[in-house]
Write a protein that binds this ligand. Structure first.
Ligand SMILES: C[S@@+](CC[C@H](N)C(=O)[O-])C[C@H]1O[C@@H](n2cnc3c(N)ncnc32)[C@H](O)[C@@H]1O
Length: 351
């Protein structure tokens, strides 16, 4: 069986592979994929599988394959300040990457049917804020997750960008299309295609097929919960205190980057592979017990078969470790003539 891209030795290596295979195209998308370690969304006992280009399922936890997330992130055409709704937000992996692009003045909502999965996503988010080496490099628009069936959202609140992480039943296509603003973009699996749908008017949409896929279906409300409703969080203004924190941190970050321009570089793939392996691999769709899910499994010729000859390390492109920005940020905040409680607030209570 062929897969889309080879297994990475770590997150950085996986992203190199996705860039080389042209799944990740834009520098901003690449930057956030590098900033959020996919393994941090796996259970600790299963981390070693996180850098395979495979979907992952454990109980109610379910993540799509990295090549799918790459296509989704590129198709959403994200920009700072937009509003985003993630339907079937799962572990929060995608929502966190999106939040790093939306920045402080965006809106980042997620709806997930399983309460235990929402709890898990909230824990993962806190862990990202406290432990991630990349956190200080960005202004995160924090995802807000709610429990419920995303097919039962109270109508009226529209978003600039919507992603649906499970296959949309055809009878709910119009419901989905009406969740986006005019000029907004919806990305969802429908009829075994990952579609990018742009709303061009009150009753008009442009549809583009991005990729053939097969996702597990959205859970449709049953007879016993047909009348339930789900209320998404409000769009609210950022409190002044939080806006000040973003602004101070941005000023500090800009100064750090001026003094250390090497920190801001998006690293390029370190290894050049033979041309035949650099191209995309055929897509495999493998049935799973909980419905169909696309798997792009890397076959047994894995990285080891490339041999050293296929690699060309370009040392000048190896980025400085991300810890450096955290260290600088803490140093600069510590130098400010303000009470220690405010310093802790500015560094998000990180030790
Ligand atoms: C492939 S996973 C998406 C994972 C997510 N993108 C992430 O970053 O972890 C699909 C998710 O949709 C959820 N789901 C399925 N039907 C749903 C529904 N009707 N409403 C809300 N969530 C639903 C599943 O529980 C699952 O977590």
């Amino acid at each position: 069986m062929g897969g889309a891209v080879s297994t990475g030795t770590d997150n950085s290596d996986l992203i190199d592979n996705l860039v080389e295979a042209n799944y990740i195209k834009s520098p901003e998308v690449q930057r956030v994929f590098r900033a959020v370690d996919r393994a941090d969304y796996y259970l600790p006992t299963q981390r070693e599988s996180a850098y395979k280009d495979l979907a992952w399922k454990h109980g109610h936890l379910h993540m799509s394959a990295p090549c799918i997330y790459s296509e989704v992130m590129e198709s959403l055409l994200l920009e700072p300040g937009l509003s985003f709704l993630n339907l079937g937000s799962g572990t929060g992996y995608l929502s966190t990457m999106v939040g790093l692009i939306l920045g402080p003045y965006g809106v980042n909502h997620g709806v997930e049917i399983h309460e235990d999965v929402v709890d898990y996503a909230r824990q993962r988010l806190e862990s990202f804020k406290i432990n991630s080496a990349s956190f200080d490099d960005f202004d995160l628009c924090e995802p807000q997750f709610v429990v419920g069936n995303c097919l039962q959202l109270v109508p009226g609140q529209l978003y600039d960008r919507v992603y649906c992480g499970a296959a949309c039943p055809v009878e709910h296509e119009n419901y989905m299309k009406n969740l986006i603003n005019i000029n907004g973009i919806l990305v969802m699996p429908l009829n075994d295609q990952l579609q990018q749908i742009k709303r061009t008017g009150e009753t008009s949409w442009e549809v583009k097929n991005v990729l053939p896929v097969s996702f597990a279906s959205l859970v449709v409300p049953g007879d016993d919960n047909k009348s339930d409703i789900v209320i998404a969080p409000d769009f609210h203004f950022l409190p002044l205190k939080a806006a000040c924190r973003y602004s101070i941190r941005k000023t500090i970050r800009t100064n750090i980057h001026k003094e250390h321009p090497e920190l801001h570089k998006v690293s390029k793939p370190k290894k050049k592979k033979p041309t035949s392996l650099r191209s995309r691999r055929p897509i495999n769709i493998v049935p799973m017990s909980m419905g169909m899910m696309i798997l792009r499994q890397f076959d047994s010729d894995d990285r080891s078969s490339l041999g050293d000859d296929g690699m060309d390390c370009t040392e000048d492109e190896v980025p400085i470790p991300k810890e450096t920005i955290c260290t600088f940020m803490k140093e600069r905040v510590n130098e400010l003539p303000i009470p220690s409680t405010l310093k802790s607030y500015l560094v998000y209570y990180r030790q």
